[in-house]
Design a protein around this ligand. Structure first.
Ligand SMILES: NC(=O)C1=CN([C@@H]2O[C@H](COP(=O)(O)OP(=O)(O)OC[C@H]3O[C@@H](n4cnc5c(N)ncnc54)[C@H](O)[C@@H]3O)[C@@H](O)[C@H]2O)C=CC1
Ligand SMILES: O=C(O)[C@@H]1CCC=N1
Length: 269
Protein backbone atom coordinates (compact mmCIF):
# COMPACT_ATOMS: atom_id res chain seq x y z
CA UNK A 1 0.00 0.00 0.00
CA UNK A 2 1.29 3.48 -0.91
CA UNK A 3 0.88 5.99 1.90
CA UNK A 4 1.01 9.77 1.52
CA UNK A 5 1.31 12.51 4.14
CA UNK A 6 0.08 16.04 3.49
CA UNK A 7 2.08 18.11 5.98
CA UNK A 8 5.51 17.01 7.15
CA UNK A 9 5.66 18.63 10.57
CA UNK A 10 6.16 17.21 14.06
CA UNK A 11 3.61 14.42 13.89
CA UNK A 12 4.11 13.30 10.29
CA UNK A 13 7.88 13.13 10.73
CA UNK A 14 7.57 11.16 13.97
CA UNK A 15 5.07 8.71 12.43
CA UNK A 16 7.13 8.22 9.25
CA UNK A 17 10.36 7.64 11.23
CA UNK A 18 8.58 5.07 13.39
CA UNK A 19 6.94 3.31 10.41
CA UNK A 20 10.28 2.91 8.64
CA UNK A 21 12.11 1.87 11.86
CA UNK A 22 9.45 -0.79 12.54
CA UNK A 23 10.45 -2.59 9.33
CA UNK A 24 6.75 -3.08 8.44
CA UNK A 25 6.73 -0.34 5.77
CA UNK A 26 9.05 0.29 2.86
CA UNK A 27 10.34 3.86 2.68
CA UNK A 28 9.79 3.66 -1.11
CA UNK A 29 6.02 3.40 -0.48
CA UNK A 30 5.87 6.59 1.59
CA UNK A 31 5.27 10.02 0.03
CA UNK A 32 4.91 13.49 1.50
CA UNK A 33 4.27 17.13 0.77
CA UNK A 34 4.95 20.21 2.91
CA UNK A 35 4.06 23.89 2.72
CA UNK A 36 6.62 24.34 -0.08
CA UNK A 37 8.17 21.83 -2.49
CA UNK A 38 11.69 22.77 -1.23
CA UNK A 39 10.72 21.91 2.32
CA UNK A 40 9.07 18.68 1.15
CA UNK A 41 12.27 17.66 -0.70
CA UNK A 42 14.36 18.43 2.37
CA UNK A 43 12.09 16.52 4.78
CA UNK A 44 11.78 13.57 2.38
CA UNK A 45 15.55 13.37 2.06
CA UNK A 46 16.00 13.44 5.86
CA UNK A 47 13.44 10.64 6.27
CA UNK A 48 14.54 8.59 3.25
CA UNK A 49 11.08 8.78 1.62
CA UNK A 50 9.76 10.52 -1.53
CA UNK A 51 8.48 14.06 -1.94
CA UNK A 52 5.53 14.58 -4.29
CA UNK A 53 5.36 17.62 -6.54
CA UNK A 54 2.25 19.02 -4.83
CA UNK A 55 -0.84 17.91 -2.88
CA UNK A 56 -2.89 16.87 -5.92
CA UNK A 57 -0.10 14.75 -7.43
CA UNK A 58 0.39 13.12 -4.01
CA UNK A 59 -3.30 12.13 -3.92
CA UNK A 60 -2.97 10.57 -7.39
CA UNK A 61 -0.01 8.49 -6.17
CA UNK A 62 -1.34 6.92 -2.96
CA UNK A 63 -3.86 4.39 -1.59
CA UNK A 64 -3.96 5.95 1.86
CA UNK A 65 -3.74 9.69 2.45
CA UNK A 66 -2.82 10.98 5.93
CA UNK A 67 -3.78 14.60 6.53
CA UNK A 68 -1.21 15.93 9.01
CA UNK A 69 -1.64 19.69 8.77
CA UNK A 70 -3.02 21.92 11.54
CA UNK A 71 -6.85 21.93 11.82
CA UNK A 72 -7.10 25.49 10.42
CA UNK A 73 -5.41 24.34 7.16
CA UNK A 74 -7.92 21.57 6.40
CA UNK A 75 -10.46 23.74 4.60
CA UNK A 76 -7.86 25.04 2.14
CA UNK A 77 -6.13 21.68 1.62
CA UNK A 78 -9.40 19.76 1.10
CA UNK A 79 -10.72 22.43 -1.30
CA UNK A 80 -7.47 22.03 -3.27
CA UNK A 81 -7.56 18.20 -3.48
CA UNK A 82 -11.34 17.54 -3.20
CA UNK A 83 -12.03 16.71 -6.87
CA UNK A 84 -8.94 14.45 -7.19
CA UNK A 85 -9.94 12.68 -3.98
CA UNK A 86 -13.44 11.97 -5.26
CA UNK A 87 -11.93 10.59 -8.48
CA UNK A 88 -9.08 8.50 -6.90
CA UNK A 89 -10.84 7.50 -3.64
CA UNK A 90 -7.87 6.70 -1.39
CA UNK A 91 -8.58 6.03 2.28
CA UNK A 92 -8.46 9.47 3.91
CA UNK A 93 -7.00 9.60 7.42
CA UNK A 94 -7.16 12.78 9.49
CA UNK A 95 -5.07 13.17 12.63
CA UNK A 96 -6.46 16.63 13.40
CA UNK A 97 -7.90 17.48 16.79
CA UNK A 98 -11.55 18.49 16.78
CA UNK A 99 -12.50 17.91 13.13
CA UNK A 100 -15.33 15.35 13.03
CA UNK A 101 -15.93 12.72 10.34
CA UNK A 102 -18.99 14.72 9.17
CA UNK A 103 -17.03 17.98 8.99
CA UNK A 104 -14.27 16.25 7.00
CA UNK A 105 -16.80 14.62 4.63
CA UNK A 106 -18.49 17.98 4.00
CA UNK A 107 -15.15 19.66 3.33
CA UNK A 108 -14.35 16.98 0.71
CA UNK A 109 -17.72 16.84 -1.03
CA UNK A 110 -21.28 16.60 0.26
CA UNK A 111 -22.09 13.88 -2.25
CA UNK A 112 -19.07 11.59 -2.17
CA UNK A 113 -18.90 8.16 -0.52
CA UNK A 114 -15.39 8.99 0.70
CA UNK A 115 -13.77 6.56 3.14
CA UNK A 116 -12.63 8.62 6.13
CA UNK A 117 -10.81 7.46 9.26
CA UNK A 118 -10.04 9.75 12.20
CA UNK A 119 -6.95 8.91 14.19
CA UNK A 120 -5.73 10.71 17.32
CA UNK A 121 -2.10 9.76 17.93
CA UNK A 122 0.25 11.29 20.49
CA UNK A 123 3.83 12.55 20.38
CA UNK A 124 5.15 9.31 21.89
CA UNK A 125 4.99 7.84 18.38
CA UNK A 126 8.50 9.41 18.19
CA UNK A 127 9.88 6.44 20.14
CA UNK A 128 7.19 4.02 18.86
CA UNK A 129 5.36 4.19 22.20
CA UNK A 130 2.45 6.25 20.93
CA UNK A 131 -1.16 5.64 21.94
CA UNK A 132 -3.65 6.24 19.11
CA UNK A 133 -7.44 6.06 18.83
CA UNK A 134 -9.29 5.30 15.58
CA UNK A 135 -12.87 5.71 14.38
CA UNK A 136 -14.30 5.65 10.87
CA UNK A 137 -17.31 6.50 8.75
CA UNK A 138 -19.71 3.96 7.23
CA UNK A 139 -17.84 3.70 3.90
CA UNK A 140 -14.74 2.21 5.57
CA UNK A 141 -14.40 -1.59 5.46
CA UNK A 142 -12.82 -3.81 8.11
CA UNK A 143 -9.83 -4.30 5.75
CA UNK A 144 -9.39 -0.52 5.39
CA UNK A 145 -9.38 0.14 9.12
CA UNK A 146 -7.07 -2.83 9.76
CA UNK A 147 -4.62 -1.42 7.18
CA UNK A 148 -4.62 1.98 8.90
CA UNK A 149 -4.39 0.35 12.33
CA UNK A 150 -1.22 -1.37 11.10
CA UNK A 151 0.37 2.03 10.42
CA UNK A 152 -0.32 3.28 13.95
CA UNK A 153 0.49 -0.07 15.57
CA UNK A 154 3.94 0.23 14.03
CA UNK A 155 4.44 3.30 16.25
CA UNK A 156 2.63 2.16 19.41
CA UNK A 157 -0.73 0.85 20.60
CA UNK A 158 -4.17 1.54 19.13
CA UNK A 159 -7.73 1.70 20.45
CA UNK A 160 -10.90 1.67 18.38
CA UNK A 161 -13.25 4.17 19.98
CA UNK A 162 -16.61 5.67 19.15
CA UNK A 163 -16.27 9.19 17.80
CA UNK A 164 -18.16 10.57 20.80
CA UNK A 165 -15.16 9.57 22.96
CA UNK A 166 -12.51 11.19 20.76
CA UNK A 167 -12.27 14.54 22.56
CA UNK A 168 -11.95 12.70 25.86
CA UNK A 169 -9.20 10.49 24.41
CA UNK A 170 -7.48 13.57 22.97
CA UNK A 171 -7.26 15.07 26.45
CA UNK A 172 -5.86 12.00 28.24
CA UNK A 173 -3.60 10.74 25.42
CA UNK A 174 -3.11 13.31 22.63
CA UNK A 175 -2.44 16.28 24.91
CA UNK A 176 -1.21 14.62 28.09
CA UNK A 177 2.46 14.22 27.06
CA UNK A 178 2.60 18.01 27.53
CA UNK A 179 1.02 17.77 30.99
CA UNK A 180 3.34 14.92 31.92
CA UNK A 181 6.34 17.09 30.94
CA UNK A 182 4.86 19.86 33.08
CA UNK A 183 4.66 17.48 36.04
CA UNK A 184 8.23 16.27 35.42
CA UNK A 185 9.40 19.86 35.25
CA UNK A 186 7.56 20.68 38.51
CA UNK A 187 9.27 17.73 40.24
CA UNK A 188 12.59 18.86 38.81
CA UNK A 189 12.10 22.49 39.93
CA UNK A 190 11.36 21.27 43.45
CA UNK A 191 14.66 19.38 43.27
CA UNK A 192 16.43 22.57 42.15
CA UNK A 193 14.75 24.62 44.91
CA UNK A 194 16.14 22.17 47.40
CA UNK A 195 19.66 22.19 45.97
CA UNK A 196 20.07 19.79 43.01
CA UNK A 197 21.33 20.94 39.56
CA UNK A 198 18.43 21.18 37.03
CA UNK A 199 19.75 18.62 34.54
CA UNK A 200 20.23 15.96 37.21
CA UNK A 201 16.89 16.75 38.87
CA UNK A 202 15.08 16.49 35.49
CA UNK A 203 16.71 13.13 34.71
CA UNK A 204 15.81 11.78 38.15
CA UNK A 205 12.19 13.02 37.79
CA UNK A 206 11.78 11.64 34.23
CA UNK A 207 13.24 8.23 35.17
CA UNK A 208 10.91 8.07 38.17
CA UNK A 209 7.80 8.93 36.10
CA UNK A 210 8.80 6.34 33.48
CA UNK A 211 9.41 3.65 36.13
CA UNK A 212 6.14 4.46 37.92
CA UNK A 213 4.15 4.14 34.66
CA UNK A 214 5.92 0.87 33.76
CA UNK A 215 5.27 -0.52 37.24
CA UNK A 216 1.57 0.33 37.00
CA UNK A 217 1.32 -1.47 33.65
CA UNK A 218 2.96 -4.56 35.19
CA UNK A 219 0.82 -5.00 38.32
CA UNK A 220 -2.84 -5.79 38.96
CA UNK A 221 -3.23 -2.95 41.46
CA UNK A 222 -4.95 0.41 40.79
CA UNK A 223 -3.05 3.72 41.03
CA UNK A 224 -4.53 4.27 44.52
CA UNK A 225 -3.35 0.80 45.68
CA UNK A 226 0.15 1.79 44.52
CA UNK A 227 -0.10 5.21 46.23
CA UNK A 228 -0.89 3.39 49.50
CA UNK A 229 2.22 1.21 49.07
CA UNK A 230 4.44 4.31 48.79
CA UNK A 231 2.83 6.12 51.73
CA UNK A 232 4.44 4.84 54.96
CA UNK A 233 2.25 5.52 58.02
CA UNK A 234 3.26 8.88 59.47
CA UNK A 235 5.89 9.16 56.71
CA UNK A 236 7.06 11.68 54.14
CA UNK A 237 4.88 10.71 51.13
CA UNK A 238 1.54 11.00 52.91
CA UNK A 239 2.58 14.45 54.18
CA UNK A 240 3.22 15.52 50.56
CA UNK A 241 0.01 13.88 49.33
CA UNK A 242 -2.13 15.74 51.84
CA UNK A 243 -0.42 19.04 50.94
CA UNK A 244 -1.07 18.40 47.20
CA UNK A 245 -4.73 17.63 47.86
CA UNK A 246 -5.03 20.77 50.04
CA UNK A 247 -4.31 22.55 46.73
CA UNK A 248 -6.86 20.33 44.89
CA UNK A 249 -4.32 18.48 42.73
CA UNK A 250 -6.84 15.98 41.28
CA UNK A 251 -9.54 18.50 40.45
CA UNK A 252 -6.94 20.92 39.03
CA UNK A 253 -5.76 18.20 36.61
CA UNK A 254 -9.37 17.36 35.67
CA UNK A 255 -10.11 21.05 35.02
CA UNK A 256 -7.11 21.16 32.69
CA UNK A 257 -8.40 18.17 30.74
CA UNK A 258 -11.94 19.58 30.63
CA UNK A 259 -10.46 22.70 29.02
CA UNK A 260 -8.92 20.55 26.24
CA UNK A 261 -12.31 18.91 25.60
CA UNK A 262 -13.97 22.33 25.34
CA UNK A 263 -11.27 23.55 22.94
CA UNK A 264 -11.60 20.36 20.85
CA UNK A 265 -15.31 21.08 20.30
CA UNK A 266 -14.49 24.70 19.35
CA UNK A 267 -11.97 23.51 16.72
CA UNK A 268 -14.72 21.38 15.16
CA UNK A 269 -17.01 24.39 14.55
N1 LIG B 1 1.63 17.75 17.95
C1 LIG B 1 0.96 16.78 18.57
O1 LIG B 1 1.34 16.30 19.67
C2 LIG B 1 -0.27 16.21 17.94
C3 LIG B 1 -0.84 16.79 16.83
N2 LIG B 1 -1.98 16.25 16.28
C4 LIG B 1 -2.56 16.83 15.07
O2 LIG B 1 -1.61 16.65 14.04
C5 LIG B 1 -1.73 17.70 13.09
C6 LIG B 1 -0.34 18.25 12.77
O3 LIG B 1 0.23 18.73 13.97
P1 LIG B 1 1.80 18.99 14.07
O4 LIG B 1 2.55 17.95 13.32
O5 LIG B 1 2.07 19.21 15.51
O6 LIG B 1 1.89 20.40 13.28
P2 LIG B 1 3.14 21.03 12.50
O7 LIG B 1 2.84 22.48 12.38
O8 LIG B 1 4.41 20.58 13.11
O9 LIG B 1 3.01 20.33 11.05
C7 LIG B 1 2.12 20.73 10.07
C8 LIG B 1 2.89 20.85 8.78
O10 LIG B 1 1.98 21.09 7.71
C9 LIG B 1 2.65 21.87 6.74
N3 LIG B 1 1.66 22.51 5.88
C10 LIG B 1 0.95 23.64 6.12
N4 LIG B 1 0.14 23.91 5.07
C11 LIG B 1 0.34 22.92 4.16
C12 LIG B 1 -0.20 22.65 2.87
N5 LIG B 1 -1.12 23.45 2.30
N6 LIG B 1 0.23 21.54 2.21
C13 LIG B 1 1.16 20.72 2.76
N7 LIG B 1 1.71 20.95 3.98
C14 LIG B 1 1.31 22.03 4.66
C15 LIG B 1 3.46 22.87 7.57
O11 LIG B 1 4.57 23.35 6.83
C16 LIG B 1 3.89 22.02 8.77
O12 LIG B 1 5.19 21.51 8.63
C17 LIG B 1 -2.68 18.74 13.69
O13 LIG B 1 -3.91 18.68 13.00
C18 LIG B 1 -2.83 18.33 15.14
O14 LIG B 1 -4.14 18.57 15.63
C19 LIG B 1 -2.55 15.10 16.76
C20 LIG B 1 -2.02 14.49 17.84
C21 LIG B 1 -0.87 15.00 18.56
O1 LIG C 1 -2.68 20.73 20.80
C1 LIG C 1 -3.30 20.17 19.90
O2 LIG C 1 -4.35 20.65 19.46
C2 LIG C 1 -2.78 18.86 19.35
C3 LIG C 1 -3.80 17.75 19.43
C4 LIG C 1 -3.32 16.82 20.49
C5 LIG C 1 -1.98 17.30 20.79
N1 LIG C 1 -1.69 18.38 20.13
Amino acid sequence: MKIGFIGAGNMAQAIIKGMVASGSFKASNIFLTASTSERAQQRAQQLGVSASLNNTSLVKEVDCLILAVKPNKFEGVLAEIGSVLVEKQPIVVSIAAGLTLDTLANLISEHSAQKIIRVMPNMNVTIRKGVSALCSNLFVSEDDITAVEKIFQSVGSTYRLEEKDFANFTSIAGCSPAYTYLFIDALSRAGVKNGLPKDIATKIAAETVLGSAETLLNVEETPWDMIDKVCSPGGTTVAGLVALEDEKFISTVIKGLDATIKRDSELGK
